[in-house]
Design a protein around this ligand. Structure first.
Ligand SMILES: Cc1cc2nc3c(=O)[nH]c(=O)nc-3n(C[C@H](O)[C@H](O)[C@H](O)COP(=O)(O)OP(=O)(O)OC[C@H]3O[C@@H](n4cnc5c(N)ncnc54)[C@H](O)[C@@H]3O)c2cc1C
Length: 318
């Protein structure tokens, strides 16, 4: 199996990158060790919202590009992608716009009729939301239909990937650090509760809730309730007390959730890198084979996916 570029990692970051590289005319092989990225990408609540990631201009540009792409896909009817109303509540009237405001068209302060409980201030905008298992399936199908190659296999070092192509993309999420000797990669565990949708359409979130990170993200038939940000925790077992606390916080925010049947207790690991996403061309790691790193997206891998894929494709062309 030979290609122009090999992408290691078949989560949201690897697949969007692989699709963009193919669209730019390269032959692309994705090598990934599991058919479904079960610990991270398939678990994501997957609402466009920059969180758990280093703020800054580069992040805002990547988030803006992804917002535009996912909005186009929602309009085109891409499976699993919708654009819907979103409100983010703040403890007090904010003196400044959120740092990522330039990425979002139509961001406005909440109206008084959009308050809920004691939460009266914040911002409203339309946010792309993605049903990840459906969307990842669609990405794989799109990739294969465009001539991409997919190989399920573990890679222990990026030099193993270099036998398949003269350019390697490191998009292995939490696994990326050990592949390139970056010891700063750690998991940030997230626990969610999924309930049947009692007819909700609007995403609600409170980033600075005093009892813990809180969000309500309706999908077509269910609602994803969050959540936790548990630094440096690897376990994937849902904690019943945490689930009860998530349900209580979310029901206080959106009372129509009361009594909604619980469908699942997903737990996943965000690929956290304290200094932010690593997206750069690395000519030194492998002798004679350049590597482009695209990993460390923390809690925003969906939110930054297409922007980072575009940037990787530009780096591949240099
Ligand atoms: C509970 C939760 C909620 C979230 N909610 C949101 C949200 O609302 N919005 C948002 O933007 N983001 C959200 N995220 C974050 C988002 O899920 C991640 O940032 C994103 O999925 C990371 O994608 P990735 O492709 O980098 O990693 P992954 O999905 O982990 O994909 C990497 C792939 O590479 C493979 N791999 C790793 N090492 C190797 C190796 N050595 N050889 C071969 N293959 C390898 C892995 O098996 C995996 O399949 C959430 C995450 C969690 C856990």
């Amino acid at each position: 199996m030979k290609a122009d570029i090999v992408v290691v990692g078949g989560g949201i970051v690897g697949l969007t990158t692989a699709v963009r590289l193919l669209e730019r005319g390269a032959s692309v092989l994705v090598v990934t060790d599991e058919a479904l990225p079960a610990r991270t990408s398939s678990v994501a609540a997957a609402v466009w919202y920059p969180t758990g990631v280093r703020p800054g201009r580069a992040t805002t540009v990547r988030a803006a590009d992804t917002y535009a792409e996912l909005s186009r896909q929602a309009a085109d009817g891409v499976p699993g992608v919708t654009l819907g109303p979103c409100r983010t509540y703040t403890p007090a009237r904010a003196a400044e716009l959120p740092w990522w405001a330039k990425a979002v068209p139509g961001l406005r302060p909440l109206r008084t009729d959009e308050a809920t409980g004691t939460w009266t201030h914040g911002w409203a905008f339309d946010a792309p939301t993605v049903d990840m298992p459906v969307y990842l399936d669609w990405l794989v199908t799109r990739f294969l239909a465009a001539g991409g190659l997919l190989h399920h296999r573990r890679v222990n070092h990026l030099s193993q990937a270099a036998v398949w192509a003269p350019l390697v993309v490191n998009a292995a999420g939490l696994g990326a650090g050990s592949l390139c000797g970056d010891p700063t990669m750690t998991p940030v565990r997230g626990q969610l509760v999924v309930v049947a949708n009692p007819g909700l359409r609007t995403s609600l979130r409170v980033q600075d809730h005093p009892e813990g990170y809180t969000y309500v993200h309706p999908r077509r038939t269910d609602v994803v309730l969050g959540g936790t940000f548990d630094a440096d925790r690897w376990d994937l077992f849902p904690d019943p007390a945490t689930a009860a606390a998530i349900l209580a916080r979310c029901t206080a925010l959106e009372p129509r959730l009361a009594g909604a049947p619980v469908l699942a207790h997903p737990v996943g690991l965000r690929p956290h890198r304290p200094s932010g996403v690593r997206l750069e061309r690395d000519p030194h790691l492998l002798p004679g084979t350049p590597v482009i790193h695209n990993y460390g997206h923390g809690g925003s891998g969906v939110t930054l996916s297409w922007g980072c894929a575009d940037e990787t494709a530009r780096l591949a062309a240099t």
